[in-house]
Design a protein around this ligand. Structure first.
Ligand code: FES
Length: 127
């Protein structure tokens, strides 16, 4: 899936309050038909949003992974087979040919918003 195409068809969608996501935690939100994992790695309101489905296991689990960083790259490690994904881009750090969709995410007036094409039926997982 071409990220630019997604952005063109997508709108900012209100998901939850920033306070609903504890620092160093993540949530999974159903946005339209997409499961979006939203990560808050630190106490700053910096957020990342990825497709929640782990392409290696096909399980909806990335929001339950372990956050960390590898050489300064913020990452999430899938709880199933432990592959790590760059929180900024969705690119797998263990296999660069694999990525999950990364969505724009922002905070407005204390509310978390993501930009997702809710029309898409299937998650844009490429492998
Ligand atoms: S993510 Fe399902 S048991 Fe750990």
């Amino acid at each position: 899936m071409d990220a630019d195409v997604v952005a063109d068809q997508a709108e900012w969608i209100d998901v939850c309050a920033l306070d609903d996501i504890r620092p160093k935690a993540a949530v999974c939100a159903l946005v339209g038909r997409r499961q979006v994992a939203i990560f808050r790695p630190g106490t700053a309101p910096a957020l990342y949003a990825l497709d929640n489905i782990d392409p290696f296991s096909q399980a909806s689990v990335l929001s339950r992974g372990i956050m960390g960083d590898r050489n300064g790259v913020p990452k999430i490690a899938s709880p199933i087979f432990k592959q790590s994904f760059d929180l900024r881009t969705g690119i797998c750090l263990d296999d660069a040919a694999v990525r999950v969709a990364a969505f724009p995410v922002r905070v407005r007036d204390g509310r978390v918003q993501v930009k997702v094409d809710v029309q898409l039926d299937s998650p844009s997982v490429t492998k």
